[in-house]
Design a protein around this ligand. Structure first.
Ligand code: ADE
Length: 417
């Protein structure tokens, strides 16, 4: 029996899901192929991934292909309650609502495991770690899992290194058609969308400090520049810092950036990027947002400990008064701003991420039992298939190599002419 916030939102949720379907042609094509063949029948999937309209399209694609599914969100603030109601009304077992406490969050994960999954689908690895620590009795029945995000892949690789991972995981995140698009264009747009919905602040003319210049940081920086902001990047990796500089951004330490930034967006995947040493340096009115997976990148704990006062000024926007009288604004309690204050990445880009999820589940259904309990890459052929389908859906044709060109690239004998 599902647990959601409000069943009366089902109709609104269904309209959102239909909207997403109309913008996810690759996943819908996979649905039409595999729903006839019922390729996934007999499989039981426990999923822990943001409950958005795009995720709903993925869930319904699994069901159309014959799988049984139980679902929960992977972040206490990211569930769209109308979408959860829409899924519930369609008969999906779903345990998700916006504003979960930590206890409720893990309760929801545990409910999805009552399905006795044969496969898991995770975003951030909280479900996989729950199975490996608290509910180990499920391990025997699970033949594999997928992981959606960079942070989750890091955690699962650490588990594998420690010899603790007990079933194979496909790193969906690391597909090129995922991380080069979802992480870059998706996070770039949706993180700014979240900041804008929570503040309605003008980006033009602002100093936007982007902490971290991985895929997500590149996307956020590019979109902020596109809106007319002056972008400052902070990094710990010398190669990424150099890339940021040569992409035309100013690079400095956070200690220096703290005093000049108007808007801070953390996307490092690490903790304690902005802490008690930085807050007193900030300008009055500075805005703090996080688009990394966990709410540890700017320290809310430090901010709360030092603040003289705090109040909610708008949805997902809390004002903190510092001892020096300056006010800083923390968005979405430091949780993923793009999902907590906006709707997550647009459907068009999730189309590729979730086509990768679907094809990875298909692979695990066929081969999972014979795969080592490690983190596995997705095959190049899958990336290329998804890119081709996406291009086709956009009406774009590309060139093909001639036989002579293929031979040239494979050989070594032709040199300076
Ligand atoms: N992660 C980022 N955006 C998302 C979306 N729209 N749906 C599911 N997961 C997401």
């Amino acid at each position: 029996m599902s647990k959601i916030k409000d069943r009366s939102l089902a109709e609104q949720g269904r309209r959102k899901i239909e909207w997403a379907e109309s913008r996810m042609p690759v996943l819908m094509k996979l649905r039409s192929v595999h729903s006839e063949a019922k390729t996934l029948s007999g499989l039981r999937i426990s999923g822990c991934l943001h409950v958005t309209k795009e995720t709903a399209v993925l869930v319904e694609t699994f069901r159309a292909a014959g799988a049984e599914v139980a679902w929960c969100g992977c972040n206490p603030l990211s569930t769209q309650d109308d979408v959860a109601a829409g899924l519930d009304a369609a008969g999906v077992e779903i345990f998700a609502w916006k504003g979960l406490s930590q206890e409720e969050y893990y309760w929801c994960i545990e409910q999805t495991l009552k399905l006795r999954p044969t496969l898991t689908l995770d975003d951030g690895a909280d479900l996989v770690t729950t199975v490996h620590t608290k509910l180990k009795e499920h391990l025997l029945g699970i033949q594999g899992g997928t992981e959606e995000t960079t942070t989750g892949v890091h955690r699962l690789k650490a588990m594998a290194r420690d010899g603790k991972l007990r079933y194979p995981i496909v790193a969906v995140n690391d597909a090129e058609t995922k991380s080069d698009f979802d992480n870059v264009y998706g996070t770039g747009q949706s993180a700014l969308d979240g900041v804008i919905r929570a503040t309605n602040v003008l980006f033009a003319g602002k100093n936007v400090v982007v902490a971290g210049y991985g895929h997500c940081g590149r996307g956020v920086s590019a979109k902020a520049r596109g809106l007319g902001a002056n972008v400052i990047v902070t990094e710990v990796d010398p190669i990424r810092a150099l890339r940021a500089r040569m992409d035309g951004y100013t690079v400095m330490r956070m200690k220096e950036a703290a005093g000049v930034g108007d808007i801070f967006v953390t996307v490092t995947g690490n903790r304690d990027v902005i802490t008690a040493e930085h807050y007193p340096l900030m300008k009055d009115g500075a805005i703090l947002a996080n688009a990394g997976h966990f709410n540890v990148e700017f320290s809310l704990e430090d901010l709360r400990a030092m603040a003289k006062g705090r109040r909610v000024v708008r949805p997902e926007n809390e004002e903190y008064v510092l001892p020096n009288g300056n006010r800083v604004y923390a968005l979405a309690d430091g949780r993923l701003v793009n999902l907590a204050a906006a709707e997550g990445h647009p459907s068009e880009v999730m189309d590729m991420s979730f086509a990768n999820q679907f094809l990875s589940v298909l692979r695990l259904a066929k081969e999972g039992r014979n795969m080592a309990p490690e983190v596995h890459e997705i095959p190049r052929s899958q990336d290329e298939e998804i890119a081709r389908l996406k291009l086709e859906s956009m009406g774009i044709s590309i060139d093909r190599m001639t036989g002579g060109q293929e031979k040239y690239l494979q050989g070594w004998s032709e040199g300076t002419g």
